[in-house]
Design a binder for this molecule. Structure first.
Ligand code: NAD
Ligand code: ZN
Length: 344
């Protein structure tokens, strides 16, 4: 199969490219090598892949693209703070870039499938919580006064018990809270009415693995934790460090994408997450164990405005696609972070 991978020079894209090549697919990449991401081209680019270094927004395809059979659309500028600092650039790279791709893709006669990389950020704060005592279901809203007093948990409004997060399903209404999440939802919407071939939307939780940029200004919390621990500096955690997050191993992301290329009956939207609640403190311990250093997190308290107490996905549809459960951080950390592996 001839596959176009947009964003194929990036963290996830490079693993997707490796996966496609190892099963014998022909790969063509479009990547802008965005200067906010790279100072120079990454050293893992491959000689057996065609790279077209172009920005999707201004891209003019040549004959090399005429026989593309599948598109894996990963190109996007990332990050909540980048979205705040460069709002119009990020919206235009992600949304106008996707619109350009849609415009061109619909003219390709051999196209069979499109996979779009979306994000849990499209869900915004639409996570629901359930009280283990009285079963009342509530939102994750927290009051500024309570947060200021160090009460970080979401409490049941009926009986005051600490409420538990319910894994979010693909049915939850999107409600992005900031520019990056909005741009990812707009990327999804760009494919409304697209009829040239099936389109699958994968909403990634937070992805970890080799080649993750650990000290980028947009690094995710797991990347930062890995960077701190590698440098034997204690990770600094807000609140009480018991915030739950859902991390997915990059190998599972690749496997889901490859499975979708041949799967005929997959659902149109799939959460790509582990479905396993892991606290920040637990993540620090698992990563320190994988790196084989003694490094204990420092819980500094305080909170960041707009942070959600917990994030957790329902991975049922992903498990169906993979025909197994996704990897937990306890397993994935060894693959991603142990020093014998390729550098993080
Ligand atoms: N890493 C995560 O935890 C995570 C979580 C949720 C969703 N995602 C999504 O997965 C995709 C890949 O993420 P990643 O972590 O590999 O990011 P990355 O920054 O490593 O890779 C993205 C690549 O896209 C390229 N790019 C950006 N805008 C472009 C444009 N307009 N035209 C051409 N190329 C462009 C960049 O140069 C970069 O190489 C993105 O769509 C991202 O929104 C990632
Ligand atoms: Zn209750």
């Amino acid at each position: 199969m001839k596959v176009l991978v947009t964003g194929g020079a990036g963290f996830i894209g490079s693993h997707v490219v490796d996966g496609l090549r190892s099963q014998g697919d022909e790969v063509i990449v479009i990547d802008s090598l965005d200067p906010g991401v790279y100072q120079y081209p990454p050293d893992y680019l491959r000689a057996d892949v065609t790279y077209c270094f172009a920005d999707l927004r201004y891209w003019r395809p040549d004959a090399r693209f005429d026989d593309v059979e599948a598109i894996i659309h990963l190109a996007a500028l990332g990050g909540v703070s980048r979205a705040a600092q460069e709002f119009s650039n990020l919206i235009s790279a992600n949304v106008a870039g996707t619109a350009r791709l849609v415009e061109i893709a619909k003219t390709w006669s051999r196209l069979e499938k499109i996979v779009l990389a979306s994000s849990f950020s499209v869900y915004g704060a639409n996570y629901m919580y359930k009280c283990p005592t009285c079963s009342k279901v509530t939102t994750g809203e927290r009051q500024p006064d309570a947060l200021a007093q160090g009460q970080y948990q979401v409490l049941c409004p009926q009986c005051g018990t600490v409420a538990e997060i319910m894994p979010i399903t693909e049915e939850a209404a999107p409600g992005p809270l900031e520019g990056y999440g909005a741009s990812k939802y707009m990327q999804e919407l760009c494919f409304r009415g697209f009829s040239a071939c099936p389109v699958h939307i994968l909403r990634f939780s937070s992805v970890y693995g080799q080649r993750m940029r650990v000290f980028d200004s947009e690094s995710t919390i797991i990347a930062r934790i890995a960077g701190w621990i590698t440098n034997e500096q204690p990770p600094k955690l807000f609140e009480d460090g018991r915030q739950i997050r859902d991390w997915v191993y990059v190998g599972d992301v690749v496997e889901a994408i490859l499975a979708l290329l041949t799967e005929k009956a997959a659902p149109p939207i799939i959460n790509v997450c582990s479905g396993v609640p892991t606290t920040l403190v637990e993540a620090c311990n698992l990563i320190a164990e994988a790196i084989k250093v003694q490094c204990f997190p420092e819980v500094v308290g305080g909170f960041r405005a707009g942070d959600m107490r917990h994030c957790l996905g329902d991975s049922t549809l992903l498990s169906n696609l993979l025909e197994r459960s996704p990897m937990q951080l306890s397993e994935g950390a060894r693959l991603a972070f142990s020093r014998q592996e390729e550098g993080i």
